[in-house]
Design a protein around this ligand. Sequence first.
Ligand code: 5GP
Length: 213
Amino acid sequence: MNSINFQKEFTLKQGLLFVVSGPSGAGKSLMCQEYIKKNPKTLLSISETTRKPRKNEINGREYYFIDEELFSKRVNEDYYLEYAGKFQNHYGTPKKPITQALKEGRDVILEIEPQGAAQVRKAFPSVISIFVLPISTNELIKQIKGRKTETEEQINLRLSDLQKEIEQIRFYDYIIINRFGHLKESVKLLEDIAQSERCSVKRILKQKEGKNE
Ligand code: 5GP
């Protein structure tokens, strides 16, 4: 019998692409940052936005903060993997770092809202999409108000968007209920999802057939 290296044969060569969405204040950023700390090979994509930085944000860390003119130029140049307008601002994911990392076998996380997630699903049907929710709306309101980074008007805008976002859950693969104060639990769930996706026969065979886009 010919020698076969099963490990080589049945291991994903490309990285996994994750989309993480959820209402503002659900704690998804913290969860993703904590995940990256534990899994430093994974790339957490840094989006570009026309939103003004909050007082604790640094250009190049949370976002690249750019103006509307540059944003439109980038849209026309097909620079973004996806982009969306949200809360009177624009947000976009630069395409190159993502495709490069996936090719190198690194996993990638995009923390983006549902309109963007839908565009990514079209471009990469193999994307794994995760919706993060807090335990309750009361918890969510407490979190948004507690972080004191938005005006009352901005808070109301974010809360009024909640119902619309929740209606999008059916398009996602997984839900993580993020219990505040139990960050480790949520990160562990994300790790478990990643592990099981790496063992998915469907996924492995699709990639072998070159259908992983
Ligand atoms: P925030 O202004 O609170 O940082 O983000 C507002 C919303 O925009 C969040 O739901 C966040 O996930 C989403 N977002 C951030 N970056 C991107 C992006 O590049 N594309 C899309 N579609 N949404 C993004």
